[in-house]
Write a protein that binds this ligand. Structure first.
Ligand SMILES: Cc1cc2nc3c(=O)[nH]c(=O)nc-3n(C[C@H](O)[C@H](O)[C@H](O)COP(=O)(O)OP(=O)(O)OC[C@H]3O[C@@H](n4cnc5c(N)ncnc54)[C@H](O)[C@@H]3O)c2cc1C
Length: 575
């Protein structure tokens, strides 16, 4: 600790030979996802002035697309009659993850009620539903109405409203500034204008999320013992490039557990993705899964971990989702554009490159290359199990009397969707101590550097198998811890808190008239990725500009705090 304070003092200008420019803020946070936002709010509560940078043009990160939170001992659990307790939850999580970090499992489980649940509820977040999941002996997978978007938006709102926090969107952090071993700020690039800038602060929190959209990192760290599936689709966000790992290692931090990656095996190619790399998550509770030989190979309702392990141990993993005209309505595709059933019908169900369709099983077999006899026998056998009320092969149903059965596969037409593995979440990343300080290879803190959220692989609480809701809560908790530690370390080092907000550069003005919108959507201009996603949907749905933009935020970039807050009113139109 003393070495740390000394390095910090040197970095702050105690060094006579080098007079550093005065810092623009006390703490810089890289990434405005749930971890970065929590870090910023916590640091601001501790009296710090904070700058948050994000490469995207809007905040929220992956939580905008995510589902629920694993929480232990909540009022909603009590209301539902679920008797949960800390020791039980710890046992469940450790057993599921297999090699989870016991310190962080306990720390999270103990903190999930007071530090995650209560913190969100105090901002107006309301948990309304708890789903059971395979690893939880008591249901603890909590949802807000509309999923995690309605949990992260109030956090984003409070951070945008905070007088102590300033945001720079569209800014990609390209390097950490250093003075000797100490991290003293960031170098960033405005993606829209190309302008480069340096910002100084004696503490930097990396909260850049996972690396599951970075093909080469995914491949380099593919879990040993499993062959790399080809193709492997990308199921994580546009900005989940793992850039934070590069920033951290260049500043001397160590990485760990990078080979712990959570892969989803019910992916299919996203027909809207021009790169052909991105996948979509598909599910159908009325379907069966068959392999390339036309045989069922798994209980389709088994815990995700068991299905993943089975699929990934096959090489090549060829498998299909099979359903009929009756089950077709139960097909679910995750993601904004697919909320509209008609879009699923036209772009997925009606796309023969994605979905094979036939009036009988023999023709379906011919269309998919699955042996016809085997396919017919599999469907017959499965329908027989349904008639007897028991799945004698894989135990999907029949263990519990009176449970609802899926429908028989008997109503033409028949459908088959070829499924593929898809990357999703990182369970390894920057090594941290118990207070979220980034550690070097000798497990000593890198002065001035902190890390939180998925960029730490949420501190190993998932071990080798991601659980239900054990990313969002731990990311939020880690963010709070990082913000708190950074603020406390600064106080202890004698750092004088910045008295006022930084004079950040004004955004480059964009004066293009609203009429020019259509032209701007043809190609994604640098820094306009989300803008393009949004307005292509707006165009497709023929929505009026005024249904989202109004007097407090006219059609144009949200530059002031008031405009940024007004903009938040539009987010749940798509998320
Ligand atoms: C589709 C989907 C569903 C999910 N569902 C669940 C769920 O139900 N429950 C659960 O617990 N977890 C879920 N997860 C995982 C969970 O959402 C994430 O682990 C969590 O939100 C991570 O938060 P974070 O703040 O650490 O990172 P992120 O949310 O990834 O935020 C990182 C931010 O950093 C920015 N950034 C990255 N690099 C740079 C850079 N160099 N410069 C500037 N900015 C940068 C990014 O733009 C981004 O905004 C899901 C994930 C996905 C993809």
């Amino acid at each position: 600790m003393r070495a740390f304070a000394l390095a910090l003092l040197l970095a702050l200008g105690g060094c006579a030979t080098q007079r550093a420019a005065p810092p623009q803020a006390d703490i810089i946070v890289i990434g405005a996802g749930i971890a970065g936002l929590a870090a910023a709010l916590e640091a601001a509560d501790g009296g710090a002035r904070v700058i948050v940078l994000d490469a995207n043009s809007v905040g929220g990160g992956h939580a905008m697309m995510a589902g629920g939170f694993s929480l232990v001992g909540t009022p909603l659990q009590a209301k539902r009659g679920y008797h949960d307790d800390v020791e039980l939850a710890i046992r469940d999580i450790l057993a599921w993850g297999e090699d989870a970090d016991p310190y962080w499992v306990r720390r999270y489980v103990e903190a999930s009620r007071p530090e995650v649940h209560d913190w969100l509820v105090a901002r107006g977040v309301e948990f309304v539903m708890i789903l059971p999941s395979a690893e939880d002996s008591v249901p603890r997978f909590h949802f807000t109405r509309g999923a995690a978007v309605t949990a992260v938006l109030p956090v984003l709102r409070d951070a945008l409203a905070s007088e102590r926090i300033s945001f720079l969107f569209n800014h990609d952090v390209t390097a950490l500034l250093r003075d000797g071993p100490a991290v003293t700020g960031v170098a960033a690039r405005d993606l829209r204008s190309g302008r480069r800038l340096k910002l100084r602060a004696p503490a930097v929190v990396i909260a850049t999320g996972g690396f599951e959209s970075n093909d080469s990192l995914v491949r380099e760290h593919w879990p040993s013992g499993h062959a790399l599936p080809t193709p492997l689709y990308v199921g994580s966000g546009e900005f989940a490039t793992g850039s934070g790992l590069r920033l951290a290692t260049a500043a001397g931090a160590a990485l760990e557990r990078l080979d712990r990656q959570l892969v989803y095996v019910t992916g299919m190619p996203n027909p809207r993705d021009p790169t052909g790399r991105r996948g979509l998550l598909v599910q159908n509770p009325a379907a069966i899964m068959v392999d390339g030989q036309g045989r069922r190979f798994v209980n389709e309702e088994a815990p995700s971990k068991d299905i993943e392990t089975l699929v990934l141990s096959r090489n090549p993993p060829t498998y299909w989702l099979l359903f009929d005209g009756e089950g077709r309505r139960q097909l679910m595709v995750r993601g904004g554009p697919w909320l509209d059933r008609r879009v699923i019908d036209s772009e997925i169900m009606g796309n023969p490159a994605l979905v094979s369709r036939a009036d009988d099983l023999a023709s379906l077999a011919a269309a998919t290359g699955i042996p016809a006899d085997a396919l017919a026998a599999t469907v017959d056998r499965y329908n027989g199990f349904l008639r007897n009320g028991r799945d004698a092969d894989f135990g999907r149903f029949g263990a519990q009397a009176g449970a609802r059965l899926p429908p028989a596969l008997a109503t033409p037409p028949y459908y088959a969707i070829k499924l593929y593995p898809m990357t999703r979440k990182s369970m390894g990343g920057i090594a941290i101590d118990h207070d979220a300080r980034a550690l070097d290879a000798g497990r000593q803190p890198v002065p001035g550097l902190y890390a939180a959220g998925e960029v730490t692989g949420v501190a190993g609480i998932n071990g080798s198998h991601g659980g239900s809701g054990t990313f969002l809560g731990p990311s939020l908790l880690l963010g709070r811890i990082a913000g708190r530690t950074a603020a406390a370390d600064l106080r202890q080092s004698g750092h004088q808190a910045a008295g006022s907000n930084p004079g950040l550069p004004a955004p480059v003005a964009d004066n293009r008239p609203p009429e020019a919108l259509a032209d701007r959507l043809v190609q994604v201009e640098p820094g306009f990725w989300h803008f393009t996603q949004v307005h292509r949907l707006v165009q497709e749905r023929a929505q009026a500009c005024s249904s989202c933009h109004d007097a407090s935020w006219p059609t144009g970039p949200a530059q002031t705090r008031v405009q940024q807050l007004a903009q938040l009113g539009s987010c749940t139109r798509c998320h």
